[in-house]
Design a protein around this ligand. Sequence first.
Ligand code: C5P
Length: 292
Amino acid sequence: MRATVPSFAKLNLDLRVLHKRPDGYHELRTIFQTIGLHDQLKIEFDFAKRSQIDLTSSIDIQDNLVFRSAKLVLDALKVKAWVRFALRKRIPLGAGLGGGSSNAAAVILALPKLAKKSLPPATQMKLAEALGSDVPFFLYGGTALGLGRGTELYPLPDLPPHHVLVVSTGIHVSTAEAYGSLGRALTSQGDSPILREFQTIAWTLEGPRLEHLPLKNDFEEAVFKTHPELARVVRKLGKLGAKPARMTGSGSAIFGIFSSAEAAREAAANFPAATTFVTRFLTRRQYRRAWQ
Ligand code: C5P
């Protein structure tokens, strides 16, 4: 059995970090959005006496989540197989675009089908959570509200197909370090201004345009202090007409929303030293359809 599947990237349209929890993770409020930028994962699957997982990749990646995900899925299915993955990477690493998490979720979605078995949604979710905080979102895609560690997910209405320019400077931000550098006591009170503002955004997201919403990413302040060039990318995108321009996740990729693909492409030409991607929001339905 073989399959070739897309593995899409995400943006955090808004990301609020609240308090540190007893389990060491931070309590989040975020709005996830899948975009068209994707890796490609080719999978060949044969039942075998002993399980073996091989991975080749277009770039050198260490400790890719594909391995760990495949092991967990084979165990959960109670199946032994020789699985060969060939990963064509386009999503930049350490950029807050969820590339590794997306690859892991692609394996959870694809392997059961190749083994002609099924994994109940609750089991898929459990495996995804064990692999990383961003992995569960990629089981569903589209626009979603992420709570808790970012793994408690609820669907939000599909947004219109906004055009996006993603600017990746190549700066690698470690997620754990970014959380460590936040260094401010964020509040967990139910009536805090942060939560009230976030709620307003979630309720008004249905409207046609994102540009009027006070979208925020709590990591920007801390990450921009270490990497002021990222703040310059945000400012430049704003001057080029992006509404809004923000960092995604804990960085370092910056995205700008544009009114047309042409406007996004024109803006991209102003970042010759960076890797740029002109893409679009992907709805939940488009995400699922790409899978079928
Ligand atoms: O879950 P994941 O492996 O992606 O998390 C990487 C690191 O980011 C964690 O070890 C933790 O330090 C931090 N993190 C956090 N709160 C979250 C998600 C991640 O503190 N909600």
